[in-house]
Design a protein around this ligand. Structure first.
Ligand SMILES: C[S@@+](CC[C@H](N)C(=O)[O-])C[C@H]1O[C@@H](n2cnc3c(N)ncnc32)[C@H](O)[C@@H]1O
Length: 328
């Protein structure tokens, strides 16, 4: 087990994590819940979908603290409490999962936090992992403080402990099923044989961890998506968008939240795209910036993926993105 993250508070007062191994936050400063609602749930069209359907199937890639799935379930139940919901969640880190079980959020109905807690506790021993997390991190707390960007507030260890003791159980609803795959998404995705209406795609920043943002992963996701479904992600990075397109999708942009950048939504049918990319955004995809990340055997290291992309950029004969932007 690794304990290389620490809880922080984001601007909407919801809890996120800072990962010191990757040097990345799990959510943008605008807020963990705000991001889930505005980058995933609302742009996906899920709220309209559940008005007209009796079943909804969600694939949450990189579950983390589970804001995307929990926000989705919370919104769905406000609209159609009778609907059947099936969530499949992929997460590599059992410690993060244990943490997500105790990070409730007042934005969700208590019943929803409990439901996810129970589902997680079937896979990992939440109490044991959190106890050992607190023991390990308290020894290195002063170093952790130095690593975390100043704009984030750290959550005191006593608060983490208190959350654990406040938990109590409720019965699991029979209409909501939550499956967890606790391993590398590159492996889990190959073992899933279902179809989904919505894919929430939320790995760490592509430039730092490109191994999940590859053409090959997007092809797997394409095959798992229903013909009328969609994939949403916070990223607007050009290699990512190019990879999604190469996998067969048609893409549009989602509205910025907090900061100025747009996100991406991908469909199998071109007529489903509502907000097309701007001329500038699609132009960039034809430059060297639009060379995607590749990982044909699903086993390359980050360095190998980045190096392979650099070589492909050099050989491509394409214009650089800076030159394109200068002329635009
Ligand atoms: C940006 S965070 C996700 C935030 C999350 N969606 C939420 O609502 O809290 C990225 C997550 O991806 C997980 N992760 C990293 N590499 C992974 C891999 N190869 N397979 C599955 N999960 C991975 C990390 O442990 C982390 O929890």
């Amino acid at each position: 087990m690794t304990y290389d993250f620490y809880p922080i508070k984001t601007n909407d007062d919801t809890i996120s994590l800072y990962n010191f191994g990757v040097g990345d936050v799990y959510h943008s400063k605008v807020g963990a819940y705000t991001e889930a609602l505005h980058k995933y749930v609302i742009p996906s069209g899920l709220i309209e979908f559940v008005k007209e359907n009796n079943t909804v199937r969600i694939l949450d890639v990189c579950y983390g603290l589970g804001y995307n799935s929990r926000t989705a379930v919370n919104e769905i139940l406000k609209i159609n409490p009778e609907i059947k919901i099936h969530v499949t969640a992929l997460e590599i880190d059992p410690v993060v999962l244990a943490f997500s079980a105790i990070v409730g959020c007042e934005c969700f109905e208590k019943q929803i936090n409990d439901l996810f807690f129970d589902a997680i506790n079937e896979h990992v021993n939440v109490q044991e992992i959190i106890n050992s997390y607190i023991e390990k991190t308290s020894q290195i707390l002063p170093q952790i403080r130095k690593l975390i960007p100043k704009e984030y507030d750290l959550i005191p260890q006593e608060e983490i402990n208190a959350k654990l003791h406040n938990i109590y159980y409720r019965s699991i609803s029979t209409r909501i099923s939550i499956d967890f795959f606790i391993s590398d998404a590159r492996v889990s995705l190959k073992n899933i044989n279902e179809s989904f209406d919505f894919v929430f795609f939320d790995p760490f920043t592509p430039a730092k961890v490109p191994n999940l943002w590859t053409v090959e992963i997007f092809k797997l996701l394409y095959n798992l998506l229903d013909e009328n479904g969609n994939l949403t992600t916070y990223s607007n990075s050009s290699p990512v968008r190019a990879g999604i397109i190469e996998a067969g999708f048609y893409i549009g942009q989602t509205t910025p939240v907090g900061k100025k950048s747009t996100g991406t939504i991908a469909y199998k049918k071109p007529e489903l795209v509502k907000n097309q990319l701007s001329e500038k955004e699609s132009g960039i995809l034809k430059t060297t910036a639009g060379i995607p990340y590749r990982d044909e055997n699903f086993s390359s290291s980050i360095e190998e993926i980045l190096e392979r992309r650099e070589i492909e950029k050099q050989k491509s004969g394409r214009m650089s993105s800076s030159r394109f932007l200068k002329n635009f």
